[in-house]
Design a protein. Structure first.
Length: 169
């Protein structure tokens, strides 16, 4: 993190969900038998896309681009994981509704469920999110390559037969 004064006991983790272009800063701080979790988004004009794929020397975030508003919850230690939620109040949305988050933090990842409620209190949708540590991008296997060539060949054959059928009809 740049442009910040470090807060003693606070750890930050940048999480990127590529499928819906969701980027968040999870900040953890220890408190007796629990961990406080603060989840914040980034300024919309600040691009953090692909940060995980950049060289390690470029793994920095400008703290002045992290939004001040946060969604907070407390995680309690269970036998192997930290588990928590912010039910029933959740965090307010810009449309007058709320988001209720359930979070489980374990050794190699974070599972989260965000349930979005409208201003009338009705559940609009739920978004399960799985963050997993990426140490490296796996190379394609020989078997996967053979399967890809096989599927390509089958699709070409089907298209050719479909074209022949269309010409005869």
């Amino acid at each position: 993190m740049t442009n910040t004064n470090p807060v003693a006991g606070t750890q930050n983790i940048y999480l990127e969900q590529k499928s819906i272009n969701r980027f968040r800063l999870y900040s953890f701080s220890q408190e007796n038998s629990a961990v406080n979790l603060s989840i914040r988004a980034f300024d919309t004009n600040y691009s953090v896309t692909g940060l995980c794929n950049r060289p390690e020397s470029e793994h920095t975030l400008d703290s002045s681009k992290v939004l001040a508003t946060s969604c907070n919850l407390q995680l309690l230690w269970e036998p192997t994981d930290y588990i928590g939620n912010n039910s029933p109040n959740g965090c307010p949305t810009s449309s007058g509704g709320k988001v209720i988050s359930s979070v489980t933090v374990f050794e190699n990842g974070i599972d989260s469920l965000d349930e979005i409620f409208g201003a009338n209190g009705n559940l609009l949708f739920g978004t399960p999110i799985e963050f997993r540590r990426v140490d490296s991008i796996p190379e394609p296997s020989f078997t996967l390559g053979i399967l890809a060539i096989g599927f390509w060949g089958i699709s070409k054959t089907i298209l050719r037969k479909h074209k022949q059928k269309s010409t005869v009809s």
